[in-house]
Design a protein around this ligand. Structure first.
Ligand SMILES: [Zn+2]
Length: 97
């Protein structure tokens, strides 16, 4: 199963290098995401990507952002890496199994 996690949504210039400092240069919303294909649970495939989105999608994805963080679990004293919507909380892979 492929899961897509939004990392950030930001406004960027469409032709940043070609037309710099031009008032007419259009800004577009870009969604940065990570795609996790976990059909093989031991070795999930992780891909980073970006795509253009419209204003309404951008507003939606802003509320769905995931943080890439390291977490510390007090129960099993494990440090783990996870994607979570809440910067202070994530499910420990040891304890949740
Ligand atoms: Zn734990």
């Amino acid at each position: 199963m492929i899961k897509k996690y939004t990392l950030s949504v930001s406004k960027t210039y469409r032709n940043r290098s070609a037309k710099r400092h031009r008032a007419s240069t259009k800004k577009v919303w870009v969604r940065y995401f990570v795609e996790v294909d976990d059909w093989d649970e031991e070795h999930p495939e992780v891909k980073f990507g970006q795509e253009r989105v419209n204003f309404f999608q951008a507003m939606y994805y802003k509320t769905q952002k995931y943080h890439r963080c390291h977490y510390y679990c007090f129960e099993c004293e494990n440090v783990f890496f996870a994607l979570s919507k809440n910067k202070n909380k994530a499910d420990c892979p040891n304890c949740s199994e």
